[in-house]
Design a protein around this ligand. Structure first.
Ligand code: ZN
Length: 123
């Protein structure tokens, strides 16, 4: 058996879809955060992303994202009332950040892979 050399340049490109999450620096917020993929080219490359906090749509700059240090939030609890910017640890989806309050009992939470709508303030 001959051992294969792993080529650093041949990294498999992940396939993205709109609604997925990517890390990018938001110039408006002045912060690096998860952005939502807004549009994708025919070559399956991300062309535009939007910031869930300030809603600015910007061209995607691949390579600008750095691995961020995770802030671990408290476990998700649907009885709890969340505010925008709060973090949580969901048992299935992992770490998430509240990006919007949709209805009194619904929040949008940005997880590592994509945005999901969750219930909160649910007594
Ligand atoms: Zn922003």
């Amino acid at each position: 058996m001959e051992s294969k050399t792993v080529e650093a340049t041949a990294v498999e490109k992940p396939v993205f879809a709109t609604g997925d999450r990517v890390e990018q620096m938001c110039l408006k917020c002045g912060e690096e955060r998860g952005h939502i993929v807004a549009s994708i080219s025919k070559k399956r490359r991300i062309t535009r992303v939007s910031c869930p906090i300030c809603n600015s749509r910007v061209p995607y700059k691949s390579g600008t994202a750095r691995p961020r240090t995770p802030k671990i939030g408290a476990p998700y609890d649907q009885a709890r009332t969340y505010r925008r910017g709060q973090t949580m640890m969901h048992p299935t989806f992992g770490e998430g950040e509240v990006t919007a309050l949709i209805e009194p009992q619904k929040i949008d939470v940005l997880f590592a892979d994509r945005m999901r709508r969750l219930i909160h303030s649910h007594a």
